[in-house]
Design a protein around this ligand. Structure first.
Ligand SMILES: [Fe+2]
Length: 432
């Protein structure tokens, strides 16, 4: 460890498979140094609990659903805010509700279906029943049986409604927050992120094309970092470099909000860049000389957006990735599953007015991403390698020093500036 650091090792023993770590009071971020990230933020259960309280259930707008998933009144979707189970319902023509999926009686997740249409939700255990706006409306045998048993005289159902979240919607995307103090969704996103968001969600009616779901063996924050880390793009991703979806020298940018928590990795495909020997050498194994696609149409970009970028990946803190990779569009919804895993819920979509040919093109190009996408699979594996490192080696810290002149936004791929800006914000909120 470098001389003069004030990094304090947690004094509880390090446990290999898991939950390293002790009380938060034992944990200290290296003083005022954003270029080093301590391993324990990825492995500690105490950290995850504080993240739930201060981030997911704090002053954040969390993605929960697309309006296109709710075709009529009574449509519902099971979703998550952080790892907290919620239900999203369309309770009226233009009214969406988000409430906790936890029976007030004994804590069962009473809605068990991913999506559907319902008049009410009946808990499978003791049949406590909730209406679609999230109110408790029935408790069986409340008055007992033949004068015996039952609830106390003063039992009031209204005191046992599931917790309600506030809802905000923008151009077909539904967000929820538990805090009354969260700013408006537009203020929360900030003008830079809003501009990119509105390119994909411009008001054109969305059409859901399908879903994926996969578990990744890594801490949830690693997924944000991965997309705020353009440095790896041309090194890890053989497909990206070899088939020229992204090469050093093409126009690219990391567009960051003023707070530093959201970012959009943007790039413009440029087929005119000559790949010389020096670049091949720099990209080492990632660029395979002489490999070509049989179906060139696969990586074709059909212009459709009012944007200079052919690819934008927006990480919207804390749980949403908006993917616009050429013509394949998707939502990635991050759900933490303990410190060492996350579940990724993917919703792939297009627009209602797409031609059949465009829908086919989006679906085909969608193979770039997803749980085993030509590109996505590399990141999934890298995230596992990172977490394995934190779990198996002696706790230490990561180094994020690239592009020191910038913090947040930048126009070079060889940068970690927006990872640093995220952790500046994170440290503040988490009080680390
Ligand atoms: Fe990647």
């Amino acid at each position: 460890m470098a001389e003069g650091t004030s990094y304090i090792m947690p004094d509880t023993p390090f446990i290999q498979d898991g939950s390293n770590s002790g009380m938060l009071d034992d944990l200290r971020w290296p003083d005022d140094d954003l270029t080093r990230i301590p391993d324990w933020i990825y492995t500690s259960k105490a950290i995850l609990e504080r993240e739930r309280e201060r981030i997911f259930l704090g002053k954040c707008w969390n993605y929960v659903a697309l309006e296109a998933e709710f075709d009529e009144i009574g449509s519902f979707k099971r979703s998550y805010v952080g790892d907290v189970p919620v239900i999203v319902t369309r309770s009226d023509e233009d009214e969406w509700k988000v409430f906790e999926n936890r029976c007030a009686h004994r804590g069962v997740e009473f809605c068990r279906e991913s999506r559907g249409k319902a008049r009410e939700f009946i808990c499978p255990y003791h049949h406590w029943t909730y209406d679609i706006s999230g109110k408790l409306i029935a408790v069986p045998f409340r008055r007992g049986d033949k004068g015996k048993g039952g609830m106390p005289e003063d039992f009031n159902m209204e005191e046992y409604n599931p917790r309600q979240f506030r809802v905000a919607r923008r151009n077909g995307v539904v967000f929820a927050t538990l805090s009354d103090a969260t700013e408006t969704l537009e203020q929360y996103l900030g003008p830079e992120t809003l501009e990119q968001f509105d390119v994909v969600f411009s008001g054109r009616e969305l059409k859901v094309l399908g879903y994926y779901r996969n578990r990744l063996s890594g801490n949830w924050k690693l997924y944000h970092e991965n997309l705020k880390d353009p440095y790896h793009a041309t090194l890890l991703h053989v497909y990206l470099a070899t088939f020229r979806l992204m090469v050093a020298g093409q126009k690219s940018a990391m567009i960051c909000d003023a707070v530093g928590r959201h970012a959009t990795a943007a790039s413009a495909k440029d087929d005119s860049i000559e790949i010389d020997d020096r670049m091949v050498d720099e990209m080492k194994g990632a660029y395979r000389v002489g490999m070509d696609l049989n179906d060139e149409d696969f990586t074709r970009y059909v212009p459709e957006f009012d944007s200079p970028w052919t690819v934008t990946m927006s990480t919207i803190w804390p749980n949403l990735i908006v993917q616009r990779e050429l013509n394949t569009l998707g939502i990635r919804h991050i759900v933490p599953r303990g410190p060492h895993a996350l579940d990724m819920y993917w919703t792939m979509f297009g627009y209602v007015d797409d031609t059949e040919e465009m829908t086919k093109h989006r679906m085909k190009q969608g193979n770039l991403m997803g749980p085993s996408g030509y590109l996505g699979v590399d990141d999934n594996e890298a995230i596992k390698f990172l977490q394995d490192g934190f779990k198996r080696s002696i706790p230490s810290e990561g180094v994020v020093k690239l592009d020191p002149e910038n913090e947040g936004g930048t126009d070079t791929l060889i940068s970690e500036a927006s990872i640093r800006s995220l952790y500046r914000h994170y440290r503040e909120v988490m009080d680390l």
